[in-house]
Design a protein around this ligand. Structure first.
Ligand SMILES: *Cc1c(COP(=O)(O)O)cnc(C)c1O
Length: 374
């Protein structure tokens, strides 16, 4: 059994991918081919925003908008600590200062209460300017954007939605990557919508922001190709990856339904033995991960080991919260306390999740988990 099975998905898109890649080999516009423009239009329509701009990775898709905001060392950007490293790394690389925020004990997304506390703390200290929020759609579940937007408006902060895992998720009728002032996603192969290499995209309704992003992702280009108007990056999606993504978008909605069925079956079978994922009313997860939490008296490492022996792969997202990572050891406020984050980092583990899990496989995983807990 595989943690994420890309083989079964490939069988669905084989023909379209091969034909599309052959077309690219014929026209040879490997960079910025027409396929990129077509994909950007399709992505923008899917998410329900005005602009989608493809780039080289999900990490760049965070760095580029932060560069567009012109963040500086004295700017505080509030970021959850319980997320993939890039959510905070991008802030530092773009020149700002990440301020880490705790997560909600049930959804694992940014805690709005902790966010408010952090903001008030930074304000009181008076060393940093309040500038922005990176809100992550962790494991596929959109963050609590209604509440985050209220806080952002109150303090005049921008919201960058890190939708690397959330692409395809919804709150009501609105799709992930439409909630931030600007949003990013990743097309890393293991993400809900993945390509066959690195890739990412940036979303916004803001024309001025879109123009800056377009410029920054190609070396800060202006209208004259050789008169660059700002510093930027070389961060483009390859044309061949657009072919893969176009084929995968054809089956993406159907896959989301399948992922939700898998999640439902897991939850039904496991809710009495472990803490299963919480999806708030009105939200729809894209299930980038299905993450369980052990209860009092249960030992994660023990369960993981027993599952391994039964041939069930697991992964721990994330064993080390970012504020405790070596890279941030020197710059972290010693008094920072993120109790929920620090507690759940020792308790969570993720089990196989992809749209093509069969009923008997789901049952096998659930039985193996129950065996491991007895
Ligand atoms: C994967 C991921 C990223 C980075 O995406 P890459 O394409 O790997 O650079 C950023 N944020 C989150 C939450 C992620 O899961």
């Amino acid at each position: 059994m595989q943690f994420i099975d890309l083989h079964r998905q490939y069988d669905q898109i084989d023909k379209k991918v091969k034909e599309g890649i052959l077309d690219v080999l014929d026209h040879k516009r490997f960079i910025m081919g027409q396929e990129i423009k077509d994909l950007e239009a399709r992505l923008a329509e899917y998410v329900g925003v005005k602009h989608a701009i493809c780039c080289a990775s999900g990490t760049d898709a965070l760095i580029i908008p932060l560069m567009a905001y012109g963040i500086e060392k004295t700017d505080a950007i509030f970021v959850p600590s319980f997320t993939f490293f890039a959510s905070a790394e991008s802030v530092s690389i773009a020149g700002g200062t990440p301020v880490f925020v705790d997560c909600d004990k049930d959804t694992f997304n940014m805690s709005v209460e902790s966010l408010k506390k952090s903001i008030e703390h930074v304000k009181k200290e008076g060393k940093l300017n309040l500038k922005g929020i990176v809100a992550v759609d962790l494991f596929g579940l959109p963050a609590d954007f209604e509440a985050i937007r209220e806080v952002a408006d109150e303090y005049g902060l921008f919201i960058l939605e890190d939708g690397a895992q959330g692409f395809g998720g919804c709150i009501g009728e609105k799709r992930a990557c439409s909630f931030g002032d600007v949003a990013s996603t990743s097309f890393f192969p293991a993400k809900p919508l993945g390509c066959y290499g690195d890739g990412g995209a940036i979303f916004t309704n803001d024309d001025e922001m879109a123009a800056k992003i377009n410029s920054i992702h190609i070396h800060g280009q202006g209208t004259d190709k050789y008169d660059n108007i700002r510093l930027g990056l070389n961060s483009r999606l390859d044309t061949m990856q657009a072919v893969v993504l176009d084929a995968k978008l054809d089956i993406f909605e159907q896959e989301l339904v399948m992922r939700n069925k898998v999640a439902q079956m897991y939850t039904e079978a496991l809710k009495d033995v472990l803490d299963t994922p919480v999806v708030p009313e009105g939200c729809f997860s894209s299930w980038a991960q299905y993450t369980l939490k052990v209860r009092e008296g249960q030992y994660r490492e023990d369960i993981i080991e027993k599952l391994k022996r039964q041939g069930v792969p697991t992964a721990v997202y994330y064993p080390i919260p970012i504020h405790q990572s070596t890279a941030y050891a020197d710059i972290i406020d010693e008094h920072i306390e993120l109790p929920i984050t620090e507690s759940i980092a020792n308790k969570v583990f993720s089990i196989p999740m992809h749209p093509y899990l069969e009923e008997d496989e789901i049952k096998y995983v659930c039985d193996a988990i129950k065996n491991s807990i007895e």
